[in-house]
Design a protein around this ligand. Sequence first.
Ligand code: PEP
Ligand code: MG
Length: 591
Amino acid sequence: MPDKKINEIVLRGIGGSPGICIGKAYLMDKEGVDVVPKYSLGKGQLEAEKKRFKTAVKKAVDELSQIINDTPEELRENAKILETHVVLLKDKMLYGRAIETIENEYINAEWALRKVVLSIQPLFEGMGDGYLRDRAEDVVSVADRVMKHLTGAQGVSIEAIDKRVILVAQDLSPAETSQIQLERIMGFVTDRGGKASHTSIIARSLEIPAVLGLEQATRIIRNDDIIVLDGNAGVVVINPSEETLAEAEERKSQYEARRAQYARSGHLPAKTRDGIDLAVMGNIELPEEVVAVRDRGGDGIGLYRTEFQYLARRDFPSEEELFESYKDVVDLMPDKPVTIRTLDINGDKAVAYISEPEENPVLGLRAIRYCLHKPEVFLTQLRAILRAAHFGRVRLLVPMISRIEEVIEIKRLMAKAAESLKRDGLPHEKKIPLGIMIEVPSAAIMADTLAPEVDFFSIGTNDLIQYTMAIDRGNRDVAYLYNPLNPAVLRLLKIITDAGKAHNKPVFMCGEMAGEAIYVPILLGLGLQELSANPQAIPMIKNAIRLLNVDQTKTFVERLLQQTSTEQVERLVQKIYGDLLNNGNHNGWGH
Ligand code: PEP
Ligand code: MG
C-alpha cells in the first residue's frame, strides 16, 4: 500500500537510474481507456452518438489496415492476428450489440461498448477450445482501440512530447527509452521493470533519473500531478507537501554537487592506494554516447551494445552503415580500446523484422545463438567491425557464449570475414583481440577450457545473475532475488577470475555490478583488470578505486567467499566498506 501524508502519496519501487527530478507527470499509453465516461443521452442525441461510434470503429479499422499494409510481405504471417481484429470489429456481436445498447439504453458509446465487452468476454473465456479462449483477449484489444478513438486518447509517441515532463508508463521498451529526448523528458517512472532491465540500463546511459517496478503508478498518478522522482532511493512522491518539496530540492542539489565533485576528478588515473592501475571504461549503446565516456574520463569503451542500431528500423542495416557507426566511435577514441560487442538481439530486444515470436525469449535464439543461426547477418557485422578496426584499437566481444563449439565457429567466421575483405580489397585488420562475455553459468563453469581459446573475458553480471538465479532480470516480482552479492554469484566470479589467472588472460567486467562503488572492493580483490560501466558512473568508480588497497581487498574477498547467505555477505560488505563507499544513496523517504 502506498504511504500517505496529508495529500501526498509516497510510492516505493526500484531505483532504475540515479538522480532526482521534480516536475509534472505525463501519462503514456492506456491513458483515458481505463476511466470510461458514462452519461445518458437525450432523444435528439441518439443518431449523433451512433455516428460517433461508427466513426470510431472506422478509424480503428483504417488504423489496423494501415498496419497490415505496412507489414513487409515476409512478415505477413505475424499480421494475421490483426486481420482477425478487423473481422471482430465488423462482427455483429461487438459492433451490432454496441449500437443496439446505445439505442435501447440511451447511453453514451463508451459505456455501451464497455457493457458489451463485459458481457461477451466471459462467453469466450468459458470456451473449452484454447484458440477461442484466446479470442477473449482480442475482443478486449479491439475494444480498447475503438475506445481510444472515442475518448480521443491516442497512443502517445515519445518523440512527439513537446513539454518538460516526467513520463509515467506501464512499461517502456529498451527501444522506446532510447528515443527519449533529453531536453524534454526529465525522468520516467514505470509500473513494471527491474534494475537490470535494458530499459534501466539505457536510462543510466542517458542520465535520466528513473524509478521502475512501481506496480500502480499509472493507476494512482494523473496527468499534470506534480511528482518528485528520486531514482537513488527508488521513491516517487505524488502531490508533495511544501516540506517534501524543500527536502527534495535539498537532496537534488546535494546529489548534483557530489556528482560534480566526482566529475572534476574523472580524468585522474584510477590507481589504488598500493599503486595498482585499473582501467575504467564506459558502456555505450549509440555512437553519440562516446563523448560522455570521454568527458567523464573513461579509459576506452568496454562495451558497445551494437544491437540498438538494429532496433528502431524495418530492415537490417547494411555493412556500410554499420562500418560508419563503428568508425565514428573509433574516430572519437583513436588511441583507446573500443570493445565492439556483436549483435545481442532477441530476449527483451526482439525486433519484428528479425524475430519469430518465442515462448521464452530470454532462453531462446538470443545473441550469438541468433548470429550462428543466421551467419550472413553475423558475417556482415564482422566485416564492418574488422574494417573499423583498421582505424583504431578495436576488440571484438561476443555475448551469450554457452559452450566451446560456439567460440570455435566464431573464429572460423572471423577468418572467413577477413578473407572476403581481402578479396574485395577493403582496408581491414585481419586479426583483432577476441573476447567472450561470461554471462551464462555454463560458460563460467567451463571458463578454464574457454580461456585458451580467447584473448579476454568480460563478465556480464546482468545476465549471469539472471541465469544463475533463474529470474527474469526485468521482472519486479523476483527483483528481490537479483543481487550481485548472492554467494552463488560470488563463487562463479571467483571461478571465472581464477581461470583467467591460470591462463594469463585478462578478465574484465561490463555488467552493471561494475558501476556501483560498493562492489569495487570485491572486484579488485578478485583481480579484475578493467571495469566498464555506464558513463555517468565512471568518475565515482575511479574515485572508489583510489580509496582502496588491493591487498586488503584480497583478504576481504576470501572472507566474503566463506559466507553462505546474501544477507551475511551484505552485512560484511557494509561493515568493512559501507562508510568509505556509500554515496548517500540510501532511502531517506521515511514518511
Ligand atoms: C550483462 O549481461 O551483464 C551485459 C553487460 O550485457 P547486457 O546487459 O547487454 O545483456
Ligand atoms: Mg548480457
